[in-house]
Design a protein around this ligand. Structure first.
Ligand code: ARG
Length: 449
């Protein structure tokens, strides 16, 4: 019975099934720690090099699938230390000097998050490049802009694509900012109070490329803020992707028919022979839930934890890894999907004059001629109602209708009617004005190299 319980506890408390993916970071951190021990005389410099070399061999063993993982050795830290002891005997037993798994694990996770951030930056940049490429390819195409998913005002397709480049730029900036707080070295906190041994944290900091030393051992050995912040960044990326995915799912329907989705990113139906389903977009939309749930999971995990390390913290990794894998997967399919999707220009153009996309510019024309804004709003509202009754566009109304709205300026107002004229009328910075969009497109191309 005692044995049976013990086996259950082993299976219950192990983390090797999921923390093994930290092995490269664990080895790197241990090599820096060993070299520091060599510098301060806790081992000899030659011993430190022997440890570092043996750790390289262990890394190669794991790379090659030669390490046997067992839940009886609990976690990746214990596996690697045991392997070292098997190779070096008593020298291997010295590696854990002046350190605890509590500061070791948070160091490993920070090294992992740092790499994850750098990888995501590249993936985000690829997605941005795909949107910028689309902006360039579809330059000059006018599409309807929406609010409440109702036709609002005309925009250049390039303006639309660059909107996503902006969102993903903020995501990259946010990750870069998060990285600053990740890049603070925990190692040296030991179990929670530090150590009486003469370690040199500055040496480890330099070796591992951290920007600073964590100032408080109690704080840092229990800190998972950086993991939450990172998963928040991931949640926002997933949220941006989900909005884009939803939009393109709608745009690819027969009802909208704005997009030609690439076949390689759609699947068929097992029963309906004509179907072409936007599965990649749907999964992108769906997976956002998993990422956002991961953030909630981490909040619930750390909420109400007293100082310092608590074993609860072992549970941070599943949410962290899954959120990263999910977002990295979404981004890696998003870039080629965007790149290979084309606008159905003919369909868009054939319906672009529907929906009074020029009404707001007409109103602004009245305002420019001295009509108070509220009166102009009302006047154009009346014109639109007349059109709805007659089933016509604003441009189809007689001159008298415009003259009535703006005595003396009716003819001039005609120049703002129709989607092309309305679009050309924009001027403000950040607007869909053609010159402004062209300038921003140039800037984006420069920025992304
Ligand atoms: N596997 C543990 C974790 O992920 C490592 C730290 C264990 N520390 C301890 N005191 N049991 O958090």
């Amino acid at each position: 019975m005692g044995r049976a319980v013990h086996r259950r506890v082993e299976a219950f408390t192990e983390s090797i099934t999921f923390d093994r993916r930290l092995y490269r970071h664990d080895i790197r951190a241990s090599q820096a720690h060993a070299r520091m021990l060599g510098e301060v005389g806790l081992v000899t410099p030659a011993e430190a090099e022997k440890i570092a070399a043996a750790l390289d061999d262990i890394g190669a063993d794991i790379d090659a699938g030669r390490m046997e993982f067992s839940i009886s050795l609990e976690d990746i830290h214990t596996h690697i230390e045991r392997a070292l002891i098997a190779k070096l005997g008593d020298l291997g037993r010295k590696l854990h000097t002046g350190r605890s798994r509590n500061d070791q694990v948070v160091t490993d996770v920070k090294l992992w998050v740092r790499d994850a951030i750098d990888e995501l930056d590249g993936l985000l940049k690829d997605v941005q490049a795909a949107f910028v490429e689309s902006a360039e390819r579809e330059a000059g195409v006018i599409i309807p802009g929406y609010t409440h998913l109702q036709r609002a005002q005309p925009v250049l397709a390039a303006h639309y694509f660059l909107a996503y480049a902006e969102k993903f730029q903020r995501d990259r900036d946010r990750l870069a900012d998060c990285r600053k707080r990740v890049n603070v070295l925990p190692l040296g906190a030991a179990a929670m109070a530090g150590t009486s041994l003469p370690i040199n944290r500055e040496s480890v900091r330099k070796q591992l490329g951290f920007d600073a030393l964590a100032r408080n051992s109690l704080d840092v050995s229990s800190d998972r803020d950086f993991a939450l912040e990172f998963v928040f960044c991931l949640s926002l990326i997933a949220t941006h992707l989900s909005g884009w995915a939803e939009e393109w799912i709608i745009w690819s329907t027969t009802e909208f028919n704005f997009l030609e989705l690439p076949d390689a990113f759609c699947t068929g139906s097992s029963i309906m022979p004509h179907k072409k389903n936007p599965d990649v977009l749907e999964l992108t939309r769906g997976k956002a839930g998993r990422v956002i749930a991961g953030l909630q999971q981490l909040f619930l995990l750390v909420k109400a934890l007293p100082l310092a390390y608590n074993r609860d913290l072992q549970e941070d990794k599943t949410a962290l890894f899954d959120a990263f894998d999910t977002v990295a997967g979404c981004l890696s399919v998003a870039a080629p999907l965007v790149q290979q999707t084309k606008l159905r220009r003919d369909v868009i153009a054939s319906r672009i004059e529907e929906g009074f996309l020029d009404a707001t510019t007409l109103m602004e024309g009245l305002i420019a001629r001295g009509v108070p804004m509220r009166s102009a709003h009302e006047a154009v509202g009346n014109l639109v109602r007349r059109c709805e009754e007659k089933h016509c566009r604003l441009a189809d109304l007689p001159d008298a209708a415009f003259e009535e709205a703006c005595p003396g300026g009716g003819a001039a107002l005609r120049g703002t009617l129709g989607v092309a004229n309305a679009l050309a009328a924009f001027t403000s910075v950040g607007s869909t004005a053609p010159a402004e969009v062209a300038r921003q497109l140039r800037e984006w191309k420069e920025r992304l190299g």
